[in-house]
Design a protein around this ligand. Structure first.
Ligand code: GTP
Ligand code: MG
Length: 171
């Protein structure tokens, strides 16, 4: 058959934001796992959209592993950045990590698309995706295409919209 174009994606964000849960839900149901545990280091995952074949570096968001992220920036063609919308206390930490990412020499001058998931929208404490984008100051990102989707990774809500956007922006 026709081979889909391959795209390397980095999945970043703090621990417990829901990165692995999101990537798992994007796989065909027969490839999904039931029990998701905190990622150690990183894990390489694959999923497909209608025209693309994504290879995802699902990085651990734990503090002690975050220094691994930058080693994979060079090969990344797109970024998925996941935020726990209910974790107001650590939103500032998420912003710090995002700013560090955006200022990294391997990212700074490249027009790579960044898809944000304002995840855990099902939780009562969750703030809206508009609020998340304000707290992360996303309007300051002027040299890269970006998009934010509200998501509930447990139900899989909002994920397809994000992937559709990523597919459209990935050239
Ligand atoms: P690290 O691998 O440690 O960086 O974490 P992660 O970002 O991969 O988070 P993970 O996918 O392991 O999810 C962390 C916890 O949040 C798990 O208990 C998930 O079930 C839960 N979770 C993920 N997404 C959602 C969501 O949309 N809503 C709710 N309520 N819980 C979620
Ligand atoms: Mg994980």
């Amino acid at each position: 058959g026709l081979k889909k174009k391959e795209v390397h994606v980095l999945c970043l964000g703090l621990d417990n934001s829901g990165k692995t849960t999101i990537i798992n839900k994007l796989k065909p149901s027969n490839a999904q796992v039931q029990d998701i545990v905190p990622t150690i280091g990183f894990s390489i995952e694959k999923f497909k959209s209608s025209s693309l074949s994504f290879t995802v570096f699902d990085m651990s968001g734990q503090g002690r592993y975050r220094n691994l992220w930058e080693h994979y920036y060079k090969d990344g063609q797109a970024i998925i950045f996941v935020v726990d919308s209910s974790d107001k206390l650590r939103m500032v930490v998420a912003k710090e990590e995002l700013d560090t990412l955006l200022n990294h020499p391997d990212i700074k001058h490249r027009r790579i698309p960044i898809l944000f998931f304002a995840n855990k929208m099902d939780l009562r404490d969750a703030v809206t995706s508009v609020k998340v984008s304000q707290l992360l100051c996303l309007e300051n990102i002027k040299d890269k295409p970006w998009h934010i989707c509200a998501s509930d990774a447990l139900k899989g809500e909002g994920l397809q919209e994000g992937v559709d956007w990523l597919q459209e922006k990935t050239v």
